[in-house]
Design a protein around this ligand. Structure first.
Ligand code: GLN
Length: 266
């Protein structure tokens, strides 16, 4: 073995070991205008999300489905790759940590565009409008934050709903839950008197759980965006292009009708 080969070999081995360890290697795919879009995993558009957040993302028959899933599938199709979804806590998604750690290419989690989040990740153009809402057991009689004085109000960790409730719920005791399912179970079992979350998910829940009701909506004027790593303009541009095209060619409306069959759009 020549000294040169002896030197090169360990380097190659290390690179191979790294790929084996992380299970992935950085790769590029061509955007529709020929620009290079970098992906964390070859042949995949990897999405970070936090389950369950029905109807945006939830597991049904061992498959992850929902509005956000269908929307990101359109982007994956445009890039000629397939979407792979990683279920991970919302905190790592909204702080941009998961994107920075190359855990995923995009974050699609019914995530509201906020100035603080914009410092830590970049958002696509808005793709969905939302507002905060209040859910209770049917007939419980709480229809405002004021009516919950001295009562327990469930909130979901790290969300805009938690922020809204803490800021506006005077003398209301907020109780934090890690995900939407735990939050809504707490309402059902009476562990909390009410809960705050986004209107889309709460209307879906009460539709399926007629012993609960949405008693108020708070006009927070939120807009969801798909997150990418700060500075990943090539991917962000692809997402924006797909959203725009889908909104004008009927694909967006079809996805909307599929996941919100009861709600006439606008
Ligand atoms: N839209 C809310 C937020 O961005 C909730 C998102 C979620 O819980 N997945 O904070």
């Amino acid at each position: 073995m020549s000294p040169r080969t002896a030197f090169v070999l360990p380097v190659v081995t290390t690179a191979a070991a790294l790929v084996a360890m992380t299970g992935c290697t950085s790769t590029e795919t061509s955007g529709s205008d020929g620009s290079k879009v970098e992906l964390v995993k070859s042949g995949k558009l990897t999405t970070c999300t936090h389950l369950p957040y029905e109807p945006f993302q939830s597991r049904q028959d061992n498959k992850i489905v929902g509005f956000d899933v269908d929307l990101v599938d359109l982007v994956a199709k445009e890039l000629k790759v397939t979407q792979e979804i990683v279920d991970t806590p919302f905190e790592g998604i909204q702080t941009g940590e998961d994107l920075n750690a190359r855990k995923c290419d995009v974050a699609a989690a019914g995530m509201t565009i906020t100035p603080v989040r914009e410092e830590n990740l970049d958002f696509s153009d808005p793709y969905f409008e939302a507002t905060q809402a209040l859910v209770t057991k049917k007939g419980a009689g709480y229809d405002s934050l004021a009516s919950l004085k001295g009562k327990k109000l469930g909130v979901q960790q790290g969300t805009t709903g938690e922020e809204y409730a803490k800021k506006n719920g005077k003398d209301v005791e907020t109780v934090q839950f890690e995900d939407l399912a735990l939050l809504l179970t707490a309402v059902k079992t009476g562990q909390v008197d009410a809960a705050v979350n986004d209107n889309g998910v709460l209307f879906e829940y009460v539709r399926k759980n007629p012993d609960t009701e949405v008693t108020a909506e708070f006009e927070t004027g939120e807009k969801y965006g798909v997150g990418v790593r700060t500075g990943n303009d090539a991917l962000r541009a692809e997402i924006n292009k797909v959203i725009k095209a889908a909104q004008s060619d009927g694909r967006y409306d079809a996805i909307y009708k599929k996941w919100f069959p009861a709600a006439p759009k606008n």
